[in-house]
Ligand binder design. Sequence first.
Ligand SMILES: Nc1ncnc2c1ncn2[C@@H]1O[C@H](COP(=O)(O)OP(=O)(O)OP(=O)(O)O)[C@@H](O)[C@H]1O
Ligand SMILES: [Mg+2]
Length: 728
Amino acid sequence: MGLFNRKPKEEPIVEEQGQESSDQVGQETPAGANLPDDVQQLFAATENIKQEKEVEADAYTNEPTEEAQSPQTESTVSAEAAEAPSAPGDFPKAEEAEEDAKKPKKKKDRDGLSQEEKEELLRQESLYRQGIVSVRDLVAPAAMEILPDHFRLNEKYARSFFVVTYPRFVTTGWFSPIINLNYELDAAVYVTPVSSERILKTLRNKVGQVQSTMAAKQEKGEVRDPMLETALNDVEELRNKLIQGTEKFFHLGVYVTIYCDTKEELEEQSKEIEGILGQKLIYTKRALFQQEQAFMTTLPLGDDRLDIQSAMNTAPLSTTFPFVSSELTSDEGVLYGINRHNNSLVIFDRFSLPNANSVIFATSGAGKSYAVKLEILRSLMFNTDVIVIDPENEYQHLAEAVGGTYVRLSLDSAYRINPFDLPKGVSDMKTGDVLRSAVITLKGLMRLMLGRITKEEDALLDAALIETYASKDITPYSDLNTVEPPTMSDFERVLSGMQGAEGLIPRIKKYTEGTFSGIFNQPTNVDLDNQLVVFSIRDLEEELRPIGMYVALTYIWNIVRSQLKKRLLVVDEAWIMMQNEDSARFMFSLAKRGRKYYVGLTTISQDVTDFLTSEFGKAIVTNSSMQLLLKQSPASIDLLQKTFFLTDEEKYLLLESQVGEGIFFAGSNHVAIKIVASYAEDQIVTTDPRQLIEIEEQKEEYDIASGAGEGPTDAPQFDAPEESIETT
Ligand SMILES: Nc1ncnc2c1ncn2[C@@H]1O[C@H](COP(=O)(O)OP(=O)(O)OP(=O)(O)O)[C@@H](O)[C@H]1O
Ligand SMILES: [Mg+2]
């Protein structure tokens, strides 16, 4: 019955032998009146064995007895019985009856059996036991064939290896490539501590040997032997560490058994394992003529039957530990993806970090927007508000799917944002401070809109902005909840009344009367009263895009400060903001101050070099506790390696990443991640044009099927204010 069943077959023999000996003792007992102590003990022991058998027999016949629960009582009773004949005279009858009454009825029956009958019963019992199927029979293989260099378990071909030598230097996690192989294998690592004193004695002898060899060589006038010197240094160093207690000494045995379906596969996999370890100068051997023992060694029994061990101190031993990946699974937060080291889930709450900001860098098409859209979708379920600046119309589909507001900023759209808006009631700021910060932000915008500005013009702008607010009765003493903010035209009017502003007026007219008029020159009609609001700036003229992004961010910032709520602010293609110093500074200030207003800023950029060479870009990265790096281009990898302190392995991992694969940093932890979406999520977040066309077609089909003109009633209304505003 194979390997596992050998024991049960042997057991009855042992039992029978035991039985014989007990019989002999049993026969002798009545003869001896005063038995020596050891014989009495033997007698009691044999009684115990018999009794255990009886108990087991009872268990099989499902008859629980009292003896089964208290075998010890009976053995003492028997021992007493053995001593009984030594007592002079008869037992009084009443006492006997009492004894009998105490004993259970069954006991009497059983005592009635003769020794032969008992033996027969036991024999039958063991026969019966051989015939029943135990769990071990079910688990064990049907057969095992042991050959010199491999063995067969049922249909499988298997082979066991052991590690024979290690190089002078071993790298951390050298065993993990074997563990991570997609093979069916068992690995066993035996670590046995060795007493330091014993080793120290050996090392002392070794030092003596090496030193005397060196001295002998020197006497002969031979040149020095670097090998001996290295050995001496190593030994001395180890002795120091052992004495200081910073290192301990161990014996290490490493064994692996692989299981394959065919012999060819077995050869192939064996070579691969030998190759992987061989590259690291760790040599393995196939356990020739010891396959069975080697196999037993790799079973989870903790029984090293090969005993092929290498001496190791703590530091190199620690490199053997194969599970070197870190985990990023917490009880709260959203799923970011799958940990590629160990297939665990990366679940994380970014608001649990010192700041909730994140940066995402990757080449175009690596899956940045996809990853962020998934995060948005999953965060929305946890009541987080999300605001997105979308320069590529990549989030429209997502907004439609979740009923979000999609604000398309363009010259001919009806949406307007007034850059002169002020936040209503920022709890921790006085009106004067709010006003001052609004003026500074507006000055940044003016520089973006008007181009080069001299120092004099800058001072003029400052005065004009304060004056513009004052013209609407907005002063450091106003209540910002009741004021009506000025517009760009008001500003132009104020500016035209000032001396020295002649150079600025024509430039500003472009935004009040010229081609770009309208969009930033009217009261705001956008509201953020939705869990997801997306500002699309794709339809803005190229020149207006940074301005659009700046104005939208200012507006969002105002709202965020007025109303405290858990929010994510996503800025896709953030390199647009990094092109200009003023807008870059503004982005940085958002990253720096977001934490206080419960905002997590997500900055996405494909232009890594531009972003990281900007002073503010770097500051944004250091102010972001969460970072996601996906596939990188060779051109930017070195800068990235320096900025994120990547190891060479991580660098190559990023260069070779597939779409949606990369490294996820959260605080001081980082893991290799694969971003995965469910089918339904994929349909919502994909930007693959082919998939989008298919989805569009399916939607049309659905519309036709559900009746012409009768679209789904909960369909989001895009550009809703368009009609109402244009008609007025
Ligand atoms: N994790 C993923 N699983 C499956 N498909 C993905 C994954 N990530 C991205 N994709 C697909 O890869 C393509 C590019 O993704 P995405 O638009 O997110 O790239 P991007 O990095 O934002 O590029 P760009 O910088 O040009 O905006 C899309 O078609 C998307 O559907
Ligand atoms: Mg994108």
